[in-house]
Design a protein around this ligand. Structure first.
Ligand SMILES: [Zn+2]
Length: 477
């Protein structure tokens, strides 16, 4: 039997506001436990929430970027459940009237554009963080995160493979960063992803029970967790069993998923309208300003890089996947570099270096202007591409400009014909066989002569000039 995979994602994104959604506490990550708290976010009796306007602004920006219909009149609801990290005993969220609905995000799968539906984008407050003692004796709770503004982005069950899920998630992250909505650091929990996954025999129209996967804290783990889960469900069906609707946790150590609890239904939460907050009204002027201030989004930028800069689709995809990388690239070409050459350096050497060191583009060891400087040294023939790689490495270590390194290392290419001609004459004299071979029609013999000259100059001769001079010499002898 062949099965079809059905995946929908729920992505939580922490909004980049200075203060929490319903009080003035700081949202700063990494503060000592329980220092960014107050009576409101710890749910003390008699306190009242006050909505942070900037959180609504960022949610509007996200919903707009995800092509949603904006509910200009929306409201908050209470989602009731008991858990130690939720001091109020309920979470303020949005139930039936979210900020945005019916949107979509386009992903590029195997060269084809695929549209993934966005069911809704809603605002809510984050919960605190439980830390369980490794011996199981006790649990500590940090309420610093309680009340940090979040948006939850719920997709339609439109993804058909773990790879599509990863591409969708990367697309969401890119948009959030381009629009300055969130820093999307999965390792700090500012981007979190739950996945609903089920499989069904090809041709079946109704959905089978789904598993909700949690605790996937990297893009790679999202794909791995889903791959494992698809395999597991396939085996269950092939053994004649049934898949339970349940919540499962991805276990990084074993690369498997483990059952957590049976999944709650919406009615278990007893949603009702939040009585402590008035409805949110977004007037036309506000919405129009948000729309007008939208930056160029990744898909548009990718198309522009192909159409206007002549970059291959692949390059455009890599460079625009991260807002920081796109900004860096644009900095390099603004400093005068050719687009394709800049793209090669960034995708190859720079991103390779950063990945190796586990660094982000913001930690790049050189500025875009410095990289443009290195590219210019090659373009002018001052150094060879091979030498440029060497200079690049030294730039990474020292942060010095390419021109300074080239001088210090004595790397300048010898392009001066006068300086090269005596060396070339010697090479020709010492390699009569190669000269004869070339004259006899063996084109390859020329390469041997160029190679000898490069060796004699310790690689510093400009190969193009050497080539030209050797031909001139041979043809005149
Ligand atoms: Zn507070």
């Amino acid at each position: 039997m062949t099965y079809e995979t059905i995946i929908g994602l729920e992505v939580h994104v922490e909004l980049k506001t200075n203060s929490k959604i319903f009080c003035g506490c700081s949202t700063q990550f990494g503060a000592p436990p329980n220092t960014n708290v107050c009576p409101v976010c710890t749910g003390q009796p008699g306190t009242l929430p006050v909505l942070n306007r900037q959180a609504v602004e960022l949610a509007l920006r996200a919903a707009t970027a995800l092509n949603c219909h904006i509910n200009q009149d929306c409201k908050f609801d209470r989602k009731n459940y008991f858990y130690p990290d939720l001091p109020k005993g309920y979470q303020i969220s949005q139930y039936d009237q979210p900020v945005g609905e019916h949107g979509y995000l386009e992903i590029l799968v195997g060269g084809e554009t695929k549209r993934i539906g966005i069911t809704r984008v809603h605002l809510e407050e984050d919960a605190g963080k439980s830390m369980h003692a490794s011996d199981g004796s006790h649990t500590l709770v940090d309420y610093n995160r309680t009340g940090v503004p979040l948006i939850e982005i719920v997709s339609e069950a439109d993804m058909r493979s773990p790879e599509e899920a990863r591409l969708y998630l990367e697309g969401i992250k890119a948009i959030m960063q381009y629009c300055d909505i969130s820093d999307c650091k999965m390792e700090e929990g500012s981007l979190r992803c739950d996945a609903n996954v089920s499989i069904r025999p090809v041709g079946q129209t109704e959905f089978n029970p789904k598993a909700e996967l949690k605790n996937m804290n990297s893009f790679r783990n999202v794909q791995r967790g889903l791959e494992y889960e698809v395999e597991r469900q396939t085996e269950v069906y092939e053994d004649g069993g049934t898949v339970d609707q349940e919540t499962r946790r991805f276990d990084e150590a074993s690369q498997t998923t483990l059952p957590m609890r049976s999944k709650e239904e919406a009615h278990d939460y007893r949603y009702f309208p939040e009585p402590d907050l008035v409805r949110v009204s977004v007037d036309d002027a506000w919405l129009e300003r948000v729309r007008a201030e939208m930056p160029e989004l990744p898909a548009k930028k990718r198309q522009r890089y192909v159409a206007e800069l002549g970059l291959p689709e692949y390059d455009a995809g890599v460079l625009t996947a991260d807002a920081g990388v796109a900004r860096y690239f644009e900095g390099v070409i603004a400093a005068g570099s050719d687009a394709k050459t800049a793209s090669n350096w960034i995708m190859g050497d720079l991103l390779g270096y950063l990945n190796n060191k586990g660094l982000a583009i913001g930690d790049a060891p050189m500025t875009p202007i410095q990289l443009a400087g290195l590219i210019a040294e090659v373009a002018s023939g001052n150094i060879s591409i091979k030498q440029a790689r060497e200079v690049f490495k030294i730039m990474c270590e020292t942060g010095k400009d390419a021109a300074v390194i080239i001088k210090e290392e004595g790397m300048e290419q010898i392009s001066d014909e006068g300086a090269l001609i005596s060396i070339i004459d010697e090479v020709i004299q010492n390699n009569p066989k190669s000269v004869a071979d070339y004259k006899g029609g063996k084109e390859k013999a020329l390469g041997a002569l160029v190679g000898q000259t490069m060796k004699a100059t310790k690689g510093q001769a400009n190969p193009a000039v050497v080539n030209k001079l050797i031909l001139e010499r041979i043809n005149h002898v």
